[in-house]
Every structure is written in structure tokens, then in C-alpha cells.
Design a protein around this ligand. Structure first.
Ligand SMILES: N[C@@H](CCC(=O)N[C@@H](CS)C(=O)NCC(=O)O)C(=O)O
Length: 215
């Protein structure tokens, strides 16, 4: 049986989520690089697997799946342990609430295509685009910090790492890339540090990728 194939870009946080998920499920996988800086995501080859012209895409079990959260949902349904979301309805809703705070509210407005559009045609300079990113990240992370502090659990998803954690780590990686001061988010930093000691998370870090995708 062929290994799952991830259409991946090392620095993409949506791809980073999928790498963590594959590692947590202990699924070996192959990677093909889609270089966003060379606009390879917009080319016909990537659109053939991902009509949105974005990454990630996972080829697995004869299926071609786009959208990181759809991929993670597939992996969780395919191999239920370790679970990405709890069974209990209330706990599940809380994990999804935190996950969506990142994946639906912080990440989309800071994406490459959004930043490019702010620059051209909207004419914003680099400083303004960075200010945009910092604003939306700070607002979103402050809300997430409040949720984490209120819950006081070992991880963002509860006492074991789950879907909210899978989204948190790449988002904080993004925040550090733009040198955002994370001192106001001590709970998130504590959780992030704990997650960094777990192999499945550590091995998915962009710096750990040894193929040409690491850039
Ligand atoms: N909601 C999508 C977001 C995917 C996405 O936006 N990927 C980014 C990289 S993190 C991308 O391909 N960006 C290309 C662009 O914005 O032009 C998912 O979770 O998979």
C-alpha cells in the first residue's frame, strides 16, 4: 500500500497541523513540496489535486483530501486513537471552540493571499501588513489565552493533546515569525512548551523537515 502523500509547504501552518496529526496517528507519509513563494500552489499541478489552489492536500487510501481540518477529521475517523476530539459533547464543543478561534478566526485573515492583496491592489506597505497580522493575532490569542486560563487544563484540548493543540502550535510558530511578543499569553506559552516535548509535535516543526521542502 502506498504511503499517504502530503502536498506540503514547510512553513505553512495549515500543513504543519496535518504533519502533527499524521505523527500523532503514527502514520508514515511522503511529502511533495508546493513552494508558495514560487506560486506553485496556484499552478495547474496543484489545482489538479486542490481546486482552491492552496495547501495542504493529502492523498490517502485512494482519496484526495484538501482543507487541513477535513484531513484531520478523516484521520481521526480512520484511526480513532489517540482521539483528536473528546467523545463527551460538552468537552468536544470546547475543543472545537478553541480550535475554531485559531483556524476560522485568526489564521484566515493572515494568509499569504490576504497579505498580498493588502499590498497590491490595496497599496499597503510591509509595516501596515505586519500591523494587520499583529492586530488579528493579538486579538485572537488574547481570547484563546482567556479560555485556556479559565480551563486550566494540561493542554488546550484538555488533559491530553487534541485538535485545539494541533492548531495552536503552528499559530504560535507564525506569531514568532513576525516577532510578536507572546508575554501576554503565559498559558498558551506553557502549553506550547509542553507540546514541544512531544515527539509528534516536535517532528512536525518546519526546522525538523529534512527534505527540500524545508526553506
Ligand atoms: N482553511 C485552509 C487554509 C489553507 C491555506 O490557506 N493554506 C495556505 C498556507 S497556510 C495557502 O495555501 N496559502 C496560499 C495563499 O494564500 O496564496 C486549510 O485549513 O487547509
Amino acid at each position: 500500500m502506498a504511503l499517504p502523500l502530503l502536498h506540503d509547504y514547510a512553513l505553512s501552518s495549515a500543513c504543519y497541523r496535518v504533519r502533527i496529526g499524521l505523527n500523532l496517528k503514527r502514520l508514515a507519509y511522503a511529502r511533495v513540496t508546493v513552494d508558495l513563494l514560487k506560486d506553485e500552489h496556484r499552478a495547474a499541478a496543484n489545482r489538479a489535486v486542490n481546486p482552491q489552489g492552496i495547501v495542504p492536500t493529502l492523498e490517502i487510501d485512494g482519496h484526495v483530501i484538501g482543507q487541513s481540518l477535513a484531513i484531520l477529521d478523516y484521520l481521526d475517523a480512520r484511526d480513532p486513537e489517540p482521539r483528536f476530539v473528546p467523545r463527551d459533547a460538552a468537552a468536544r464543543a470546547r475543543v472545537l471552540q478553541k480550535m475554531l478561534a485559531v483556524a476560522a478566526d485568526i489564521h484566515p485573515v493572515n494568509n499569504l493571499r490576504i497579505r498580498r492583496y493588502l499590498a497590491d491592489p490595496l497599496g499597503q506597505d510591509d509595516a501596515a501588513v505586519t500591523e494587520w497580522q499583529c492586530h488579528w493575532m493579538c486579538e485572537g490569542l488574547a481570547a484563546l489565552e482567556a479560555m485556556a486560563a479559565a480551563d486550566g487544563t494540561a493542554f488546550l484540548s484538555g488533559e491530553t493533546p487534541g485538535l485545539a493543540d494541533i492548531c495552536l502550535v503552528p499559530q504560535l510558530f507564525n506569531a514568532r515569525r513576525i516577532e510578536l511578543d507572546l508575554a501576554s499569553y503565559p498559558e498558551l506559552c506553557r502549553i506550547d512548551a509542553a507540546l514541544g516535548t512531544i515527539d509528534a509535535f516536535a517532528a512536525a516543526h518546519p526546522d525538523r523537515l529534512t527534505s527540500p521542502a524545508a526553506c
